[in-house]
Design a binder for this molecule. Structure first.
Ligand SMILES: [Zn+2]
Length: 311
């Protein structure tokens, strides 16, 4: 819980320090498409340990032109040591020191002028044509633009801070909750709750514009008998691969439910985002819990439970 609070403090500091020259950010894709595939806080399993996605994925057809969202010095190269056409990026560092990294631009279609400026340590102006979206469908990936905003302090900022105009009007949803043993993998019946420490596992997601499906949450606050016991807000992530926060927030174990189902936080297959909230139960009465979830556009939903009974 202490880790969670210090993480929260980092998020808040990051928000306070974002008084940037972003008023003139230009949408990097034409027509403001807003089909969101992944967000800053999407949990991903690309290795033995899961990690945050760190950026924003906007789906767009292969060949879609990309323009510079901000002005600044330009670099081109590969963001990953195993180079492929898919791992090409154009990065722009603004006068504030923020580095905007645009991934999955087709390396064979970069305007010579951009290459020349990148080689010479030159600058680009917001709105300059940078290239086109790489056709990743050949390797089984939906073509998209990935945007990181890396601050000079090494924080990954939530691109929604600068690209918030998504037209999102649908609040997040809490689809189900379970009680579990603190370190175990067993679902605990509400009737079996005794005074002590348990974990409230919350299956919650946000529907971002574009109807792609479930996204991880931007913000969650959990109250017990009116008092906040758990809170997170993904305005920024520590750099480079800070996993403590993942373990604090996502439920990473297996949960065996009453009907024998085994549940996991798993985004590659069913995009199920399970959040783990440690709860101290003071008496034999099921505690009164309220879960408040919010998306970046400010759409809020409230979910109350006394035990498993929600309204
Ligand atoms: Zn991505």
């Amino acid at each position: 819980m202490k880790n969670c609070l210090s993480l929260l403090l980092l998020f808040i500091l990051a928000v306070l320090s974002t008084g940037r020259a972003w008023a003139e950010v230009i949408w990097p894709l034409p027509g403001k498409p807003a089909v969101v595939l992944n967000t800053l806080s999407t949990l991903q399993f690309y290795g033995p340990t899961p990690g945050f996605h760190h950026g924003l994925d906007l789906a767009a057809p292969a060949g879609t032109p990309v323009v510079a969202p901000v002005s600044g010095s330009v670099e081109t190269g590969h963001y990953y040591k195993r180079k492929s056409d898919y791992t090409y990026e154009i990065a722009i560092t603004t006068s504030d020191g923020d580095r905007w990294e645009l991934h999955h631009i087709d390396p064979d279609d970069i305007p010579p002028e951009i290459e020349r400026r990148a080689d010479a340590g030159g600058k680009v102006t917001a709105g300059a044509h940078l290239g086109r979206i790489y056709d990743a469908s050949a390797i089984g990936i939906e073509p998209h633009l990935h945007i990181n905003i890396l601050s000079a302090q090494g924080m990954y900022l939530n691109p929604f801070i600068a690209l918030s105009d998504l037209g999102d009007e649908v609040a997040p949803t809490v689809s189900e909750t379970w009680w579990a043993e603190p370190k175990g993998d067993r679902y605990v019946e509400v009737e079996a709750l005794v005074p002590g420490e348990f974990v409230l596992v919350i299956d919650a997601f946000d529907i971002a514009p574009g109807e792609f499906g479930r996204q991880s949450l931007y913000r969650m606050r959990v109250r017990q008998e009116g008092e906040t016991i758990f809170e997170f807000q993904f305005d920024a992530l520590p750099h480079p691969s800070f996993l403590e926060g993942t373990n604090e927030i996502y439920f990473l174990g297996e949960l065996k439910t009453r009907d024998g189902q085994i549940l996991r936080s798993e985004v590659q297959n069913d995009r199920r985002f399970l959040y783990a909230v440690p709860v101290k139960i003071p008496s034999a009465d099921p505690p009164e819990i309220e879960i408040v979830t919010e998306d970046f556009a400010g759409n809020t939903s409230r979910h109350r439970l006394r035990g498993e009974v929600s309204d």
